[in-house]
Design a protein around this ligand. Structure first.
Ligand code: NDP
Ligand code: TDO
Length: 305
């Protein structure tokens, strides 16, 4: 009988890390590491945590994900998002283990009309996107057999994200506006984990390597995404102060320190060609999240009463 793969997840406490651990524990032996076991800002800590371990595959969802904090702390951003993935990728290559690294739609500048493919030119607008892009390069330089999965507008049951934030805002404010000129492809962490499985452990084939885009099918503006969240919240009977999101412009969002790409819709055609599967529409995944996420319920019970 074939031995189940031994998988290490670095960043198991994060939004995506929790979903990966839940999904891959079903048919692999998974060891989840979080900040108390491994500090990505220290090469010594990375070596001490990983060198003694034996594993076939390592997933790295840990990152510095606060986009504006990256802009104001570039040294920390490059240490965590570039140097750490590079070192981890080298350790994996030495052990002949494959690595899956996670990257972002923010590697693009958003000037393209239409969907970005994996072959499109990158041009990050800020430190977060650039530090993630340099991380991609470092990982693939360590081994061309490693996989880089770019995800976008991530949310999920493990930790509040945009859907929880916007419903919370609608519980507090009588009027809300979001950019009508910022477009992307949301994806849930649980869908990313499901989509990843056939890329890595599909029947018969070699695991995928290089860059792949993983996001839901379809796309939306921030305004439309926010409105979909409020519509689902109304269906659940959450007492909102406003049920409508007005449209504004990305340039109007004063909270953003770093520039964001106006369009970061990603094509998943390469994923479908490799696996024969297509991601489900973002609306379906969002509906499931509202119906089932315990974090969502707990967070909103506290926020909206
Ligand atoms: N969130 C999003 O919208 C998107 C995310 N991505 C990418 O997807 C991946 C997963 O994102 P997501 O799950 O949302 O991220 P989270 O912010 O939820 O999780 C990141 C994890 O990294 C850990 N971490 C951060 N710094 C360190 C450090 N110095 N040492 C050890 N651990 C550290 C955090 O630990 P702790 O819990 O202790 O803080 C946290 O658990 C990332 O690579 C991100 O760049 C891509 C596109 C969109
Ligand atoms: C959309 C929006 C957010 N905010 C706030 C909410 C939150 O505290 C903060 C950041 O919001 P968001 O997370 O929605 O936006 P952002 O930081 O741009 O999200 C990005 O994160 C990184 C990690 C990625 O890789 C991207 O794919 C993308 O998901 O700004 C506003 O104040 N106004 C707004 O119109």
């Amino acid at each position: 009988m074939k031995r189940p793969p031994r998988i290490v997840i670095v960043g198991a406490a994060g939004r995506l890390g929790q979903a990966l651990e839940a999904r891959f524990s079903r048919d692999a032996t998974v060891l989840g590491l979080a900040r108390p076991q491994i500090d990505l800002s220290s090469s010594q800590s990375i070596r001490a945590a990983l060198e003694p371990l034996r594993f076939d595959h390592l997933m790295l969802p840990a990152a510095m994900t606060a986009v504006d904090a990256c802009e104001t702390n570039p040294d920390q951003a490059y240490a965590i998002n570039t140097a750490a993935p590079g070192l981890i990728a080298e350790i994996c290559a030495e052990k002949k283990a494959q690595m899956t690294h996670f990257s972002t739609d923010f590697v693009f500048d958003g000037a393209k009309q239409g969907e970005y493919s994996e072959e499109d030119a990158v041009n990050p607008l800020g430190i977060y996107g650039d530090s993630k892009l340099q991380g991609e390069h470092a990982v693939l330089a360590a081994s061309p057999l490693h996989l880089v999965a770019r995800v976008s507008w991530l949310y999920g049951p493990g930790k509040p994200a945009f859907p929880e934030w916007i419903v919370d805002q609608a519980c507090q404010h009588p009027e809300l506006a979001l950019p009508a000129d910022k477009t992307g492809s949301p994806v849930s962490s649980t869908d990313v984990a499901e989509l990843l499985d056939p890329l890595l452990f599909g029947p018969g084939g070699e695991p995928a390597s290089g860059i792949f885009h993983l996001c839901s099918s379809g796309s939306c503006s921030h305004q439309v995404w926010g409105q979909a969240c409020l519509d689902l919240a109304v269906e659940l009977g959450i007492p909102l102060r406003t049920r409508e999101i007005l449209g504004n412009s990305l340039a109007d969002v004063r909270a953003f320190v770093a520039k964001r790409p106006p369009n970061s819709v990603m094509s998943t055609a390469k994923y479908t060609a490799f696996t024969g599967r297509s991601p489900r529409p973002w609306q379906e995944a969002l509906r499931e999240h509202f119906a089932t996420s315990p974090t969502f319920r707990k967070y909103l019970a506290a926020a909206c009463g």
